[in-house]
Structures are given as structure tokens and as C-alpha cells.
Design a protein around this ligand. Structure first.
Ligand code: ADP
Ligand code: MG
Length: 262
């Protein structure tokens, strides 16, 4: 049964806590990739995850949206344990979490026009299908700063920045609660990177979407994040309000990361 409000006695969970990870760990065979991960994402918040290549960022993002299962620990969405077998059998809730990847060319079907790619999640989640899909596509194209003529193009006919805008349009088409952005600007040059970050900032204030913004680049993460988590060798070595982590890094590794941007 779905509950529209938190039930008294449910413990620490409240409606404002969108996503929680408690003691999450992940191993691939003998390789321990994530260890003792605890984090909370509140509604409307942007959580930046920074760490060097191989630190476990993408694995964390995939577990957050249910693309991968943790080996240990709990993942709660709106206070509900999404790993319980009966919750796993309710894919209807999966629209709440969307993902945007670094490689926009790989993320889009090369045979689909941009409009058809944006339509895809409505096929996967019929409950989120808008009454007027053509008008909704026009709105989405406009919202991400694409032009009407881009609708009928194929992915390879757009620039990298335009393709990433299309991926963002597809992600917001079902009006999700959270978008996990895994290195969304890492393949883009500095000017386009700044434009995409500005777009994400605007969509956040217009639509109240939460992001988990994953990047190896602390300079990218600091532009958007309310909270920052620093991953190092699969452990969250720093986690807190962005200004605290940035101005007063409690951990030696975070200090090392900060020295690279200052
Ligand atoms: P990041 O995104 O920070 O670069 P990843 O989460 O991609 O890190 O990877 C963390 C570690 O987990 C790496 O050592 C990587 O090789 C390993 N890893 C990731 N996915 C798998 C997998 N499916 N099977 C085995 N090892 C994996
Ligand atoms: Mg990665």
C-alpha cells in the first residue's frame, strides 16, 4: 500500500528525506568497491559526489537509482526500503529516479530522433505519459535550450552539448524526484560545460528537482552542490554542507583535492 504521509513510529524517516543510504557496501568478487556509505538526500537538494577515477562514484550512482544492488546495507526512497523483494517488484516507482551519463552518444539510440528519445520514458512508465505528448515535447525542447528543428534530428547530427541537453530533457520528461548525473560535463569543453551547469541550476530552481552530481572535478561539483561527499577508495571520507567541506575540509584527502583548484 502506498502512503501519502509518514506514519508515526516509522523511525527517523520523514517526507523531506528523499533518498537514504545506510551502511551501503558493494563488492565485485573479492574487490570491495564501496564501504560503509551513509548519506541522506533531502527533497530539492543537490548532493555532489567527488572523487578520483576508480573511487566508486559510478557504482554509488547506479546503486542510488537501483540499476545495481548493494552487497550490504539499506537504500530508502521516500522512507521505503527499495531493496525489499516486494518493493523491487514495483518498477512503477522507478520513474522517480533518472540518470544522465557522460557519454551522450552512447546514451541515445542512434536510430531515434531526438523527439523519440525524449518520448522513451513515457513508454517505459505509462503512468507518467502526458495528455498532450507533442506539446510536452515542445516544452521540454524549449526548457533545455534546444530549438524546434532539433526534434527531428538524429543524435549524431547534434553537438555534444546539444545531445547532453536532449538527455536532460529525456530525464526530466517524467518529472522525477532525483536525477543522478554521472560526469555530465566531463566530455564537454569549458564553455559548454558552464552552459550545461547553468541549465541544471535553472531546472533545479524551476522544477525543484534534486540532483546527485557525480564528478572527478571538485570545481564542477562546487558550482551546484548544497552538500558534498568525498569518495576515496570506496569510503566517504568527508560528507557535509558544501561550504563546510570546501572551506574547512576535515579530511587530508579533501584538502589535497581542494589544493588542486585553489
Ligand atoms: P568511478 O566512477 O569513481 O571511476 P567506479 O564506480 O566506476 O568508479 O568503479 C569503482 C571500482 O569498481 C573500480 O575499481 C572498477 O574497476 C570496479 N568496478 C566497477 N564496476 C565493476 C563491475 N561490474 N565488475 C567488477 N569491477 C567493477
Ligand atoms: Mg565513473
Amino acid at each position: 500500500m502506498m502512503m501519502s504521509h509518514p506514519t508515526p513510529g516509522q523511525g527517523a524517516s520523514s517526507a523531506a528525506e528523499l533518498l537514504q543510504m545506510k551502511n551501503v557496501g558493494k563488492s565485485f568478487g573479492a574487490l570491495e568497491v564501496l564501504r560503509d556509505i551513509d548519506l541522506t538526500l533531502h527533497k530539492g537538494e543537490v548532493l555532489g559526489i567527488v572523487g578520483e577515477s576508480g573511487s566508486g562514484k559510478s557504482t554509488l550512482g547506479r546503486i542510488a537509482i537501483g540499476l545495481d544492488l548493494p552487497s550490504r546495507g539499506e537504500v530508502l526512497l521516500n522512507g521505503r526500503d527499495v531493496l525489499k523483494p516486494d518493493a523491487r517488484e514495483k518498477p512503477a516507482e522507478k520513474w522517480r529516479m533518472q540518470m544522465v551519463f557522460q557519454d551522450s552518444l552512447a546514451a541515445l539510440d542512434p536510430r531515434y530522433t531526438i523527439a523519440d528519445s525524449i518520448r522513451e520514458p513515457w513508454v517505459a512508465f505509462p503512468g507518467r505519459h502526458p495528455a498532450n505528448p507533442n506539446a510536452a515535447i515542445d516544452d521540454l525542447i524549449d526548457a533545455v535550450g534546444l530549438k524546434p528543428e532539433h526534434k527531428d534530428r538524429l543524435p549524431h547530427q547534434l553537438s555534444g552539448g546539444q545531445r547532453q541537453r536532449a538527455c536532460i530533457a529525456r530525464a526530466i520528461a517524467v518529472e522525477p524526484d532525483v536525477i543522478v548525473l554521472d560526469e555530465p560535463t566531463s566530455s564537454l569543453d569549458a564553455t559548454v560545460q558552464a552552459q550545461i551547469l547553468a541549465l541544471l541550476l535553472r531546472l533545479r530552481s524551476e522544477r525543484g528537482i534534486s540532483y546527485i552530481l557525480i564528478s572527478h572535478d571538485i570545481g564542477v561539483v562546487r558550482t551546484l552542490s548544497d552538500k558534498i561527499g568525498v569518495l576515496h577508495k570506496g569510503r566517504m571520507v568527508d560528507f557535509g554542507a558544501a561550504e563546510d567541506v570546501l572551506n574547512n575540509p576535515g579530511n587530508e584527502y579533501t584538502q589535497h583535492l581542494m589544493s588542486a583548484v585553489l
